[in-house]
Design a protein around this ligand. Structure first.
Ligand code: NG6
Ligand code: CA
Length: 520
């Protein structure tokens, strides 16, 4: 049964007032016409990967224009350093680590957000918005892992968690099945080539990347990175797959498909407020951009994929402008986690990186407890209400749920999105402080109040040799004074034990609300 939203005063203030009887009236006064809302969530784009964040080695004019006309945040965070837990938290307002099944999902994972749970899309839908999810999903589909019928209706799906329309890649570009799932059925379904997926056993007669390198005409996996199972379109992937025929995607067309569907969704909803989630495949591996972008960055496919991402952003803005919607559309552009250079394919990202620093001045990267793992680009544009600025406020994706509820005047009980705070005034630039603290998760949990960051100890390896990432794992406690040491070079744990106690206390209180992390 579909969940009912609990009405109450839990999450707190709206745009102008704190919770109270006049709340909706006030919202109506400021928002006579409800704004459209678009979340553009890039994949693996790092803090230094967009030119508006300071690196001179890349040029992303469309993103930069959004930033110049809106708010660019310098201390905004994804909740986790990989995709599934990050997106889970963004959509639900629940920390991923309260559950033990929110790690990187396989392509045949069952839906991780259960229909009984409330997502930010439910909030918009409840308020009369049209809702859409387009692009990278990575939150599972169908009931139980491995039981989906890829040749029929895949249920439950995005529609059961608030999205009227969906056009989704089940997991990642490097995981089977390599097909688009539109409204829970494989798009462009080819009945002559029924689809079977397994993450356990190969299908007899289906060639695998590890045995047939001669069939890898587009990209070969990096040494020891796996990615050598099913071959689809000249690229070997993670997982086994059979069939697909005409429904199989071509990697060079993925960005076009996502962009076309996003533009169509906007065109179809010019007279009703909409909420649109666009998860780009750029710049996740396998990076195989359209020929239009190949060679344009001088950094190989990784840089070219960043330009392709920038193009997608430009196309979304273009259609909004054409339809006269730009003024009253709130766009939040961010990334699911930090950057990685070699994440599994021989795409020359390492060789051609040159002086580019995907992580900017931060330490670590994707998968890391250090800042580059979760401190991500975060740009907010809303021509009608936002004064262009740069904000150093402490912001987390976890708060998008409650902040969006406040934006559109929906009262939601705190129990619905247990970890989400209404930080709307921060997101819109009126408050420059933001959260008191954020919690980040990778191999360890970390807590930061913007000035100090404490990383809890763990036994994991300090360096991930495959991706060449400093993991931030240590058996010792780590404490960094980010205010003067954004690169997390000096561990001050021994010098300031009282700071650790202070931060640990907050973290422990948070853990008491529910902590199911299985690896600790
Ligand atoms: C890792 C993959 C990596 C990427 C990642 C998920 C290996 C060795 N590495 O397990 O290539 O797919 O999962 O990335 O298999 S994410 O951004 O979607 O979380
Ligand atoms: Ca990612």
């Amino acid at each position: 049964m579909k969940k009912a939203l609990t009405l109450g005063c839990g999450i707190g203030g709206t745009l102008l007032t704190s919770c109270g009887g006049l709340q909706n009236k006030n919202v109506e006064t400021i928002l006579p016409q409800k704004p459209n809302v678009i979340f553009i969530v890039a994949d693996d784009i790092g803090y230094g990967d967009l030119s508006c964040y300071g690196e001179k080695t890349i040029h992303t004019p469309n993103v930069d224009k959004l930033a110049a006309g809106g708010l660019r945040f310098t201390d905004a965070h994804a909740v986790a350093a990989t995709s599934t837990p990050s997106r889970y938290s963004l959509f639900t307002g629940h920390y991923n680590w309260r559950r033990n099944d929110t790690g990187i999902a396989a392509g045949n994972a069952g839906m991780i957000i259960r229909p009984e749970q409330t997502t930010v899309a439910d909030i918009f839908k409840n308020a009369g918005y049209a809702t859409g999810a387009i692009g990278k999903w990575h939150l599972g589909m169908g009931d139980e892992t491995g039981t989906q019928n890829w040749n029929g209706l895949i249920t439950p799906g995005a529609q059961d968690i608030g999205f009227d329309y969906s056009y989704l890649m089940a997991a990642t570009g490097d995981r089977v099945p390599c097909v688009w799932v539109e409204n829970q059925r494989v798009a462009n379904y080819d009945s002559a080539a029924p689809i079977y997926v397994s993450y356990e056993d190969p299908f007899p007669d289906e060639p695998l990347g590890r045995d047939h390198p001669e069939l890898l005409t587009k990209l070969k996996p990096s040494l020891n990175h796996g990615h050598d199972q099913a071959i689809v379109n000249g690229i070997s992937r993670i997982g086994y797959m059979k069939g697909g025929g005409d429904a199989l995607w071509e990697d060079e067309n993925i960005a076009d498909s996502i962009t076309i569907k996003a533009v169509e969704f906007i065109e179809n909803h010019t007279d009703i407020p909409f909420f649109l989630y666009v998860g780009t495949n750029d710049i996740h591996v396998p990076r195989y951009p359209h020929p239009r972008f190949v060679g344009k960055s001088g950094m190989g496919y990784r840089g070219d994929a960043i330009l392709q991402f920038d193009w997608t952003v430009g196309e979304i803005v273009k259609i909004l402008e054409k339809k006269g919607l730009m003024e009253n559309t709130l766009i939040i552009l961010t990334s699911d986690n930090g950057p990685v250079v070699d994440d599994g394919y021989q795409d020359q990202a390492v060789e051609l990186l040159g002086d580019h620093r995907p992580w900017g001045d931060l330490r670590g990267g994707k998968y890391s407890n250090f800042e580059a793992g979760t401190r991500v680009p975060f740009i907010v544009s809303w021509a009608k209400h936002i004064k262009p600025d740069v904000s150093g406020a402490l912001v987390s994706h976890i708060d998008l749920f409650a902040s969006m509820a406040a934006l559109i005047g929906e009262d939601v009980d705190q129990a619905v999105a247990i970890d989400s705070q209404n930080q709307l005034s921060t997101i819109l630039g009126a408050d420059q402080k933001g959260r008191d603290y954020i919690i980040e998760s990778s191999s360890s949990l970390s807590i930061s109040n913007g000035e100090w960051k404490y990383i809890t100890p763990n036994n994991g390896s300090a360096f991930y040799s495959l991706t060449k990432t400093e993991s931030g794992n240590s058996k010792e406690e780590q404490l960094y004074y980010l205010k003067e040491d954004i690169g997390e070079k000096n561990n001050l744990a021994k010098k300031y034990p009282e700071k650790i106690s202070e931060l640990k206390l907050i973290l422990d209180k948070e853990k008491e609300k529910g902590y199911l992390r299985k690896w600790e």
